[in-house]
Ligand binder design. Structure first.
Ligand SMILES: Nc1ncnc2c1ncn2[C@@H]1O[C@H](COP(=O)(O)OP(=O)(O)O)[C@@H](O)[C@H]1O
Ligand SMILES: [Mg+2]
Length: 190
């Protein structure tokens, strides 16, 4: 995985596989306390303690017939965070949902770049029109006290009525909205 937006994509895909109908993603870039944090919450089918153990252990996966993990999504994300003075917490309840909190030291020399977070947001939203997403971007830096951006597809879908969220004009609108949000919150790295 070359950047954090691709790691995030992988976590979102896990939630989709787990039949989530709502996925909440909070990304906080905090230059004051020097961290970059992701919190991903879903209402998918969740995991019991044994499943959690398997997901975090790099040598097993719940996919049928497979003893050696191929995905490695979770263990790699965890390892990357821990390499960067951060942490990875996986909380889950069977039939309730899953919450993943991943934190990186923002200015750590080994921290992967954020990558194209706008692409991850847009691709998730238009690729899964039946799933509701809430993306929240938060930035705290020394000049701007706090800057926030939220996109909530449930609200957008209500306004759209019969028009599908992946209708070309809507995609264009979402693309602009997301990119404005990224600029407003200084989420992009320079
Ligand atoms: N949000 C989730 N809800 C339920 N189960 C999950 C979730 N995320 C991960 N899992 C479980 O953990 C396993 C490991 O995930 P991951 O490391 O991304 O590898 P892969 O997706 O290739 O199996 C998944 O196969 C799945 O069983
Ligand atoms: Mg995966």
């Amino acid at each position: 995985m070359q950047d954090l937006s691709l790691h995030l994509m992988d976590i979102i895909e896990n939630s989709i596989t787990a039949e989530a109908t709502f996925i909440d993603v909070v990304i906080e870039r905090n230059e004051v306390d020097n961290y970059l944090k992701f919190i991903i919450t879903d209402n998918g089918y969740g995991m019991d303690a044994k499943d959690i153990d398997k997901a975090v252990n790099p040598f097993y996966t719940s996919k049928a017939q497979r003893k050696i993990k191929v995905g490695l999504g979770i263990p790699l994300f965890k390892q990357n965070a821990e390499f960067c003075n951060g942490f990875f917490i996986l909380e889950s309840k069977k039939n309730i949902g899953t919450k993943i909190t991943v934190q990186f030291e923002l200015n750590n020399i080994d921290r992967m770049p954020l990558g194209n977070i706008g692409d991850t947001m847009l691709t998730s939203i238009i690729g899964h029109p039946n799933v509701n997403f809430r993306f929240e971007l938060i930035c705290k830096n020394k000049n701007v006290k706090m800057s926030k951006f939220v996109v909530n597809t449930e609200e957008i879908k209500n306004e759209l009525g019969d028009v599908p969220i992946n209708y070309p004009d809507v995609v264009q609108y979402l693309d602009e909205l997301i990119n404005e949000g990224i600029k407003k919150t200084y989420m992009e790295e320079h």
